[in-house]
Structure formats: structure tokens, C-alpha cells
Design a protein around this ligand. Structure first.
Ligand code: C5P
Length: 239
């Protein structure tokens, strides 16, 4: 069976300072969520999707599925308290027949269909693969409040992004163990690595940044405006 996609979109986005939950904050006339849905709509190897949502956003999400032209079975579910909880809840709703599950943050509107496809292909072969980019800046460890303690050599340091794809059995086991042991990680690759499994990187992109602050949103809006003549996502007439 084709891969299952999990779109985590249940975050509140408090740091964005917006009254709307983050996945529904407008960007270029469409909510952030639509960008992720439109990207997976173009990935041949994805056969179903599960989307985690904040309370009360189901009908808004259904509208976005239509606008994105996503013609797949999609399940909607309330998210959990933390991102990791949301992924675990969504994972339980994915088909047990899917060999690979690919996870993506709705807060990253510029992930390309090619990055999903690459992560899925690599995960089917190697077990786990995530989009990542090599660190370009010099890394400093700073003690409170503002003193540099050391320069961390940046050779071999990469920034992890999503999409992140895993063989489903590996991911299920990683979340089962994390829940049992009370392990909280900031991404799923970390949980899978704790099983001793290898995780590959596939090319991410600096454009595939996560929208966290109002400044990130302003940068994203400028990117969308610059692309306005392209017939790419968001599809549909309004947000
Ligand atoms: O908060 P942050 O931006 O790091 O969250 C990353 C992604 O995880 C976002 O797309 C957010 O909607 C999602 N999330 C979730 N459930 C939570 C927290 C975050 O689905 N409890």
C-alpha cells in the first residue's frame, strides 16, 4: 500500500501572537494548512492522510482539503497536548497496511512534493529518512544571559526539518517505547534513533523553514507574493 501522511496542525501558535490557531493563519490568502495539503496532493506515493487539529477546526479543515485538491481518504483528529502526542494519536489512525508513514508540520508551508517523495523512497529502503540541511552559520553555546561559552564545530551538524518518513513498524515501536519510558523528543527521528535504528537525511531546503514568529510569517508572505504568478499552491479562490 502507498504511504500514509500525517500532517500535524494542532498547535496553538502562541508565539505567533495571532488569535487563530497557527495552521489556520492566512498566508497569501490561504491558511498555512492548505500549503501542506496541496503539497501531499502532488505526491504519487501517498495514499491517505491523517490531520491533527485544534478543537473546533474540523469543518475549516474539510474546506482546506477541498481547496487543496486533495483527493485521498483523509481522517481528522484532535491533537494531543504536545506535538509528540499529536503524532502518536494520528499514527494510531493510519492504515496498518501502509509500509511507510511520512510526518509533516503544517507550520512549514514551503515543503516541496519532491521532498516528501524523497523521504518516502529513502524510508522504504533504509527504514527512516528526514529532510535536513547542513548548518551554514557558526554555532555558539551561550550561558545565561548572553555570554559565549564555546564555539561548537559545525562540521556534520544539520538542521532537521519535516517531512520525516519512517517504516510504520519502526515509528509505532518508537512511540510505544517513548510513551512507556516518558521520553519527550522534539522530533520523531530522535525517537526512532533511540531504538538504535539508522535515520538518513534527504535534501531539505532553507525555504522549508518553520513559521514560529510574526517575522517568519512576514518573510513567508513576501515569498508567496514573489511567487504570485506561479500556478502552485494555494489552489482555490479564497482562504
Ligand atoms: O509548535 P510548533 O510550531 O513547533 O509545532 C510544530 C507542528 O506541530 C505545527 O504544525 C503544530 O500545529 C503541530 N502541533 C500539533 N500538536 C501539538 C503541538 C504542535 O499538531 N500539541
Amino acid at each position: 500500500m502507498k504511504a500514509s501522511a500525517i500532517i500535524v496542525a494542532a498547535g496553538s501558535g502562541v508565539r505567533l501572537g495571532y488569535p487563530t490557531p497557527k495552521a489556520f493563519v492566512p498566508l497569501g490568502g490561504a491558511p498555512l494548512l492548505r500549503y501542506a495539503l496541496a503539497a501531499i496532493a502532488q505526491v504519487e506515493t501517498i495514499g491517505e492522510a491523517v490531520v491533527t487539529l485544534p478543537p473546533g477546526m474540523e469543518s475549516a479543515a474539510r474546506a482546506e482539503i477541498r481547496h487543496a485538491g486533495l483527493d485521498l481518504p483523509v481522517k481528522l483528529t484532535p491533537g494531543g497536548a504536545e506535538r509528540q502526542d499529536s503524532v502518536r494519536i494520528a499514527l494510531e489512525l493510519t492504515s496498518a497496511l501502509a509500509e511507510v508513514v511520512v510526518i509533516h508540520d503544517a507550520a512549514r508551508p514551503f515543503a516541496t512534493p519532491a521532498s516528501f517523495a524523497a523521504a518516502i523512497t529513502a524510508a522504504a529502503r533504509a527504514g527512516a529518512a528526514i529532510a535536513a540541511i547542513p548548518l551554514a552559520d557558526t554555532l555558539k553555546r551561550v550561558s545565561e544571559p548572553n555570554l559565549i561559552v564555546e564555539t561548537v564545530p559545525r562540521a556534520n551538524l544539520w538542521l532537521a526539518q519535516t517531512p520525516q518518513a519512517f517504516r510504520r513498524d519502526l515509528l509505532v515501536e518508537a512511540h510505544r517505547r517513548a510513551l512507556a519510558a516518558g521520553i519527550v523528543a522534539t522530533d520523531d527521528a530522535d525517537l526512532v534513533q533511540r531504538l538504535g535504528a539508522a535515520v538518513e537525511v534527504v535534501p531539505g531546503a532553507s525555504l522549508n523553514f518553520k513559521i514560529t514568529t510574526a517575522q517568519d510569517l512576514a518573510i513567508a508572505a513576501a515569498i508567496v507574493a514573489a511567487r504570485a504568478d506561479r500556478p502552485e499552491p494555494p489552489r482555490g479562490a479564497d482562504g
